[in-house]
Ligand binder design. Structure first.
Ligand code: ADP
Ligand code: ZN
Ligand code: MG
Length: 512
């Protein structure tokens, strides 16, 4: 059987986070609004209404373009893309065609392992970005009436469709890749990375489930060794990472099966039917000619001033890959921890703030840093205990009540020997719920570590008195029972004993 290679190119639409819509003053924050309340003559396309370009949307497009390693074009032009659909009141969409704001960029993705979790970062690949341009979103159609009992508008005479124009005119950033992607996993890795970058920049919530980031996938297959690309199919309605992967896997298998049967792949636009788990033909592919693009006569061509681009460049934040590299090279974190911390900008900032305060405290109190290093300690607590608490509570980092300084305070108390690991874990659990400072929680819950030799010696004596048989076994040479005995002494201290002191006392006592 012939072996085939998969070729994928992705087109992503991300809603830009702006206060107002792309070409009018209506609020772009329509999520909770009643239908057709965020509308005006411009976005309803009333005759004579004229568009005005949203400055912030252009800046966010350029910022995203810079982060995606694009060239920012000196001249940009808005263009009319003409087509007719009920969610498009003007009968055309204002988009960009020949002269977009951004072109020729790339994103680097890990290809060997699960995206974001490469054990060996460096096994990465560049996915070329053909262009990133700015356009406007369409309205939304709400279909109803086919369900039994829904007679609101159909008066029992079948189905109906409602038009909601709240979304019409919301700024959209469209990002198109080169046909560089070679598998559904790579497509997913690209989308995860793109989402991460857009979120880091704060230009889009890039939330796929909420429609703030939408994906169309172009896919073809070719026999390995053949240079010419196969005929591509475009798949729409991909509303989650999962459906992107499933739809691509399905489509690749469908195309290979067709070729193996001696059939041709026909260039069509398909939809992903989530429920049936298959792609469905929507229409035969239109070409760009069908859209009769021409420069938008109601808007001026733009000269993108280089000083302006430089000013926008100065707003770029450190992006995930750069952060990971810095965490590994400068803080000696292992790549996996670095990736976990850099995945979300909020988590990365939390980690960095915790570490800064922790270092401050360590030097202020003249504590000896543990061999593990402050960065590693902060990383372990955040990716371990804090993530566990967040998962259990279903909370994102924004909702965490423990301020970075409060976590650092707690870790400082551990370093100072005032609370042991166990006590600190319990303290963090309480702090997570109440938001109270570490010292208060430790005091109120009585979690302070006991290092007092007399008290601990008493605990050793009490524990050994309870388990004479085990003590005899230890003395008879069964050394591995030591850990168990240590556990019993810790229990006597209600978990608050300083483990190092307990160990020393227990050894002495068993020897004597
Ligand atoms: P169209 O003119 O049909 O829109 P484009 O050349 O603009 O096609 O490409 C649209 C998307 O399809 C891009 O992401 C591109 O990388 C991808 N693409 C182009 N050719 C192929 C192919 N043969 N197989 C898979 N993807 C492709
Ligand atoms: Zn409007
Ligand atoms: Mg195209």
């Amino acid at each position: 059987m012939t072996t085939y290679e998969t070729i994928i190119g992705l087109e992503v639409h991300a809603q830009l986070r702006t206060q107002s819509k792309m070409f009018c003053g209506c609020s772009a924050d329509y999520a909770a609004a009643a239908p057709n309340t965020h509308v005006c003559p411009v976005c309803m396309a009333l005759p004579g209404a004229l568009p005005v370009i949203n400055h912030t949307a252009v800046e966010k497009t350029i910022l995203a373009g810079l982060a995606l390693n694009c060239t920012i074009c000196e001249h940009a032009v808005f263009a009319r893309k003409n087509y007719h659909y009920a969610d498009l009141p003007k009968g055309y969409q204002i988009s960009q065609y020949e002269l977009p704001f951004c072109r020729d960029g790339w994103i680097e993705v890990e290809v060997e392992n699960k995206p974001g979790f490469s054990e060996k970062p460096g096994l990465s690949k560049r996915i070329g970005i053909t262009r990133a341009h700015l356009e406007e979103d369409t309205g939304k159609l709400v279909h109803g009436g086919s369900e039994a009992g829904d007679t609101r508008l159909s008066q029992g005479r079948g189905s109906y469709t409602l038009v909601d124009l709240n979304r019409a005119g919301v700024p959209l950033l469209e990002i198109v890749t080169e046909p560089d992607i070679r598998s559904p996993e790579e497509a997913r890795a690209y989308l995860v990375k793109l989402q991460q970058i857009l979120r880091y920049l704060g230009v889009s919530s890039a939330d796929m489930e909420r429609g703030a980031m939408r994906c169309e996938a172009n896919v073809s297959v070719r026999p390995v060794g053949q240079e010419k690309f196969g005929t591509k199919v475009e798949v729409k309605n991909l509303n989650s990472f999962k459906s992107v992967k499933l739809a691509l896997e399905y489509e690749v298998a469908r195309q290979i099966a067709a070729l193996e049967r001696g059939e041709r792949v026909v260039q069509v636009t398909m939809g992903w039917d989530e429920e049936r788990g298959r792609t469905v033909v929507q229409r035969t592919k239109e070409s760009s000619d069908d859209y009769r693009y021409f420069p938008e006569p109601d808007l001026p061509p733009l000269v993108v001033d280089r000083a302006w681009v430089d000013e926008i460049r100065s707003r770029l934040v450190e992006l995930p890959d750069a952060k990971i590299a810095r965490y590994v090279n400068e803080l000696s974190l292992d790549p996996r921890d670095a990736q976990l911390l850099a995945m979300d900008r909020g988590v990365a900032e939390y980690f960095e703030a915790t570490l800064a305060t922790l270092r401050n405290q360590v030097s202020r109190r003249n504590l000896v840093s543990s061999a593990m290093g402050d960065a590693k300690i902060a990383a372990n607590w955040i990716t371990g205990e804090l993530f566990r608490l967040m998962n259990a509570a279903g909370a994102g980092i924004e909702a965490v009540k423990v301020a970075p300084a409060a976590l650092a305070e707690l870790l400082g108390l551990v370093a100072a020997g005032q609370v042991n690991q166990n006590g600190a874990k319990r303290a963090l659990g309480a702090m997570f719920v109440t938001g109270q400072p570490a010292d208060q929680v430790i005091r109120e819950l009585g979690l302070a570590q006991v290092s007092d030799a007399d008290a601990l010696a008493q605990a050793v004596t009490d524990a050994l008195a309870k388990f004479p048989a085990e003590v005899a076994r230890y003395r008879g040479g069964e050394e591995k029972i030591f850990g168990w005995l240590l556990g019993q002494v810790m229990r006597e201290t209600k978990g608050k004993g300083n483990p190092a002191v307990v160990r020393e006392l227990l050894e002495k006592s068993l020897r004597g």
